[in-house]
Design a protein around this ligand. Structure first.
Ligand code: ADP
Length: 401
C-alpha cells in the first residue's frame, strides 16, 4: 500500500509518498510560493532518479498537487507508474477542536467540521481545507483521504488540565480552553520510546519535549496525553524561536498603550518578533545563538539560558502531574540536534537522578539513549516522524483497523 502524506500551508505544500510495506519514504518534496509564483523541489528516494528543483508556475494548490502527481509518476523523476498506485492520502490538519479525538476518513460532514474549527486556527485550517479540496480535484473522489489532527492526541487531557480559570461561559459558549498542538509528534516519539524501552506504553510515564521553531512539552501517562504546554493557540507555553510563550496579559496591555499598538500588531510581535530571537536580537536559530553565545554575546547566552530553564521547569511540573516519570524524550530540530541545549536542560534534573552520557549526547539523527545506564530516569533523543504517524493512521482507517 502506498500513501501520499500532505501538509498544506497557506502558500506551501509538503508531501511524502510512503510505501507502507516497508514504511519507507519513496519520494518527498515541497511546493513553495503557491499563488505568488511557484517553486517545486521533488526528491525521489528510490531508484537512481535525479532531484527536481525548479521555479514553476503554481497559481493554486490544485496546480501544486497536479505538479506533485506529475513528478511522482514521470519517467524522469517518478517513483510510481501512475496515480492509480497511490492508494490513499493522509492530510495533516492543525485544529480538530473538541470534535476529533482521533484521525478520521474525510467526507462532507468532516469537511464541514474542520471548517467549523477555523476560528481556532484561522491561518492553518483554511490552508488544510484547500489542500484536501485540491487533492479531490486532481485525484478524484475514489481515492480515500484521512484527516490527522495536531490537536487530537491531547483530547485525553483531564478537564483540570485543559480549563483556563476564566468565567465558565467562555468555555461552554465559545470553546475557550487549552487544546495543545504537536500531538502527532508527541504520539510518535512516546510510542517509539516505549518500543526502545521494551515496555508496554500503558505502563510508562513519559515527558516528551518537542523543541523546534515551535516548541511544546507533553506529559504522556499510560500512552495518553495528560498535559501539554501549548494552549488555545500555539503561542502558549515555552519561549520559542520567535514566539513569546506564556506572558502576563497585563504586560500586553501596558505595551499596547505605551507603543500605540492594535491587538493584531501586538500579536504579530508575540508571534514573530519575540522568543529567543526577541531576547537575543541575534536570531531564532539555535545554531546562530550557540555561536554568538560562544563569542561572548550576553543576550544570546540569556536567550539560551531562558529556554533551557523554561523547558526544565515545565518538564518538572509534568513529573509532578504524573507523580514521577520513567523517561524524558527530546525531539524536533533543537531537541534532535543541539547537544548543548539538551545538556543545559538535563542539568536541572539532578533531583530526578538523571545523569547524561557525554559521548552518547554527541550523536545525531538516530534514536539514542543519552543517559548513563545507571540514570534513574532515562533520557532519549528520538527523531520525530509526523508523516509516518499520518501514513499509519491513514492505512489503519482505510483498512478498517
Ligand atoms: P519546525 O518547528 O519549523 O518544524 P524544526 O523542528 O525543523 O522546526 O526545528 C528548526 C530549528 O532547529 C532551527 O530553527 C534551529 O534552531 C534548530 N536546529 C537545527 N539544526 C540544529 C543544530 N545542528 N544545532 C542547533 N539547533 C539546530
Amino acid at each position: 500500500m502506498k500513501i501520499l502524506v500532505i501538509n498544506a500551508g497557506s502558500s506551501s505544500l509538503k508531501y511524502q509518498l510512503i510505501d507502507m510495506e516497508t514504511e519507507s519514504v519513496m519520494a518527498k518534496g515541497l511546493c513553495e510560493r503557491i499563488g505568488i509564483g511557484g517553486h517545486l523541489k521533488h526528491t525521489p528516494l528510490v531508484g537512481d532518479k535525479p532531484v527536481y528543483n525548479e521555479d514553476i508556475n503554481l497559481p493554486t494548490h490544485a496546480e501544486a498537487i497536479a505538479a506533485v502527481i506529475d513528478k511522482l509518476t514521470s519517467a524522469e523523476y517518478g517513483v510510481v507508474g501512475s496515480m492509480k498506485e497511490i492508494d490513499a492520502v493522509g492530510h495533516r490538519v492543525v485544529h480538530g477542536g473538541e470534535k476529533f479525538a482521533c484521525s478520521v476518513l474525510i467526507d462532507n460532514a468532516v469537511m464541514e467540521a474542520i471548517a467549523q474549527c477555523t476560528p481556532f486556527a484561522p491561518l492553518h485550517n483554511p490552508a488544510n481545507i484547500t489542500g484536501i479540496l485540491a487533492c479531490r480535484e486532481v485525484m478524484g473522489n475514489d481515492v480515500p483521504m484521512v484527516a490527522v489532527f495536531d490537536t487530537a492526541f491531547h483530547q485525553t487531557m483531564p478537564k483540570k488540565a485543559y480549563m483556563y480559570a476564566l468565567p465558565y461561559d467562555y468555555y461552554q459558549e465559545d470553546g475557550i480552553r487549552r487544546y495543545g498542538f504537536h500531538g502527532t509528534s508527541h504520539k510518535y516519539v512516546t510510542a517509539r520510546c516505549a518500543e526502545i524501552m521494551g515496555k508496554p506504553i500503558e505502563e510508562l510515564k513519559l515527558v516528551s519535549c518537542h523543541l523546534g521553531n515551535g516548541s511544546s512539552i507533553c506529559a504522556v501517562a499510560n500512552g495518553k496525553s495528560v498535559d501539554t504546554s501549548m494552549g488555545f493557540t500555539p503561542l502558549a507555553g515555552l519561549p520559542m524561536g520567535t514566539r513569546s510563550g506564556d506572558l502576563d496579559p497585563g504586560a500586553m496591555q501596558f505595551i499596547m498603550n505605551k507603543h500605540h499598538l492594535a491587538i493584531d500588531e501586538m500579536l504579530n510581535v508575540l508571534n514573530k518578533k519575540s522568543g529567543v530571537d526577541g531576547v537575543s536580537g541575534v536570531s531564532s536559530d539555535f545554531r546562530d545563538l550557540d555561536s554568538a553565545a560562544g563569542e561572548g554575546n550576553e543576550r544570546a547566552r540569556l536567550a539560551l539560558d531562558m529556554f533551557a530553564y523554561w523547558v526544565a521547569k515545565t518538564a518538572g511540573s509534568y513529573v509532578t502531574a504524573m507523580n514521577g516519570t520513567d523517561a524524558i524524550i527530546f525531539t524536533a530540530g533543537v531537541g534532535e540536534n543541539s547537544g548543548d541545549t539538551r545538556k543545559a536542560i538535563c542539568d536541572y534534573f539532578g533531583y530526578l537522578g538523571v545523569t547524561i552520557d557525554a559521548e552518547a549526547n554527541k550523536k545525531r539523527g538516530e534514536d539514542v539513549m543519552i543517559s548513563t545506564p545507571d540514570s534513574k530516569v532515562k533520557v532519549f533523543v528520538i527523531p520525530t516522524n509526523e508523516e509516518l504517524v499520518i501514513a499509519r493512521d491513514t492505512r489503519d482507517i482505510v483498512c478498517g483497523k
